[in-house]
Design a protein around this ligand. Sequence first.
Ligand code: RFL
Ligand code: PHB
Length: 394
Amino acid sequence: MRTQVAIIGSGPSGLLLGQLLTDAGIDNIILERSSKAHVLERIRAGVLEEGACDLLDRAGAGERMHQEGLPHDGFDLTFDGKRHRIDLFGLTGGKRVMVYGQTEVTKDLMDRRDATGGKTFFEAADVRPHDFGSGKPYVTFSHGGAEHRLDCDFIAGCDGYHGASRKAVPADAMKLFERVYPFGWLGLIAEVPPVNHELIYANHPRGFALCSMRSHTRSRYYVQVSLDEKVEDWSDDRFWDEIRRRLPASTAEAMTIGPSIEKSIAPLRSFVAEPMRFGSMFLVGDAAHIVPPTGAKGLNLAASDVHYLFEGLREFYADGSSAGVDAYSERALARVWKAERFSWWMTSLMHLFPEIGGYGGPFGQRMQEAELEYLVGSRAASTALAENYVGLPY
Ligand code: RFL
Ligand code: PHB
C-alpha cells in the first residue's frame, strides 16, 4: 500500500489533519488502534478556541458545532465564598470560546471523512513507524489477521500520549520535560441543567472544583481528588456533596443533581517532547505534549499543531517548498510552551497543594487568595488571563 501521508491515530488531531489534507487533494490513510465505537465513546474536552472552530469550519465539519455548540463570553472564578466573572468578550475585544464536546467534534470529523471517502483502518494492531530518518518512511501494522506495510512520504504521529510514534524515536534524539501534579480530577456527567450558563472555576480549601456543561440539559462537573482515590469509592451522592461544599452557598443551593452517566478520574500532567519533527515523521497533539486540563488547552493545542503541519504539507505538495515542514517544530513549540505556561499557572492558582518543599499548605493558600484578589481587581491581570483562555494567535 502507498499513500502520501500516513496518519497514526484517529483522535481529533489525526482526523482534522486527515480532512484538511483530503480536501487539499493530498492522499492520506489513518491507522487507529481502537474500534470506531471506542474512539467515539471517550469523554474528554469541552472548550474550543476560535482558532480550533475555524479549522473545523475549514475541514467542512463545523456545521453542527454552530447549531448545537454554546458560545461563551466569559466564565466565573470563585474563592473565599465570593464569585467573580471574567468577561472574556469585553477584555479581549470581542473573542469568545465555544463549548462543544470532543465526542461531538470527533463524530463530526468521522462523518465528514466517511462522506469524502477517506480511508481509515480501525483496530489496527502493532502499528510501527520505520525509516523516518530517511526520505522513504513506512508504517507496518496488522489488521484483520494480515500484516501490512504502508509506504508514504511523511508520517504524522497523532496517536496521543501513549502512542507508538514518540516511542519509536531514539531517546537521545529527544528532550523530555515533565511535571506530574500530586492530584487528579474526578469528573462526572449527568443529564441535569448546568448550575450556571457559563463555566465556574472554584478555588476552595477542600480543593478545586469545575462546573462545566455539554448542553443546556447536560452538565459536566469535576472535583480535585488525591491520586490514591478510587472511582468506586465515589457514589453520586458523595460527589454531589463534595462539589457543593467547594462552591459559594448560593451557587451550591442552585445546583440540580441527578444520576451520573459517566464518572472517571484523570491524573494531571504537564509534558513536552522536543523537537516535534524527526526526519519525515511529525508528532502532533498529545503525542508531543500534555497540559493539565485547567486551562482547557489540550484539544486546542492539537488543533494549532495541525494548522502548522497542514500548511507545511500543503506548501510542500503545491509549491515543492519544504520551508513550512522545516519550520513546523519551531512554530508549534512556540505556541505549545505558552499554553503549557498558562495551564501550569492556572493549575497552580486553583488547586489545593499538599505542603511539599515550601509550596502549598496554609501559606500557599494565602498566596493563591492574594493572586486571585489581584486577578479580579486588576484589569491588566484579568486581561492576561482572558487573552490566554480564548487562545493566543496562531
Ligand atoms: P487523542 O485524543 O489521545 O487521540 C489519539 C488516538 O491515537 C490512538 N492510538 C493509536 N493508534 C494506533 N496505534 C497506536 N499505537 C496508538 N496509540 C494510540 C488512540 O486510540 C486515539 O484514538 O490525541 P489527540 O488527537 O492529539 O487529541 C488530544 C486531545 O484528545 C486532548 O488534548 C484533550 O482531550 C485534552 N483535554 C481538553 N482539551 C481541551 O482543549 N479543552 C478541554 O476542555 C479539555 N478537557 C481534556 C479535558 C482531557 C481530559 N482527559 C481525560 C485526559 C478533560 C479531560 C478530563
Ligand atoms: C470540560 O467541560 O470537560 C472542561 C471544561 C473546561 C476545562 C476542562 C474541561 O478547563
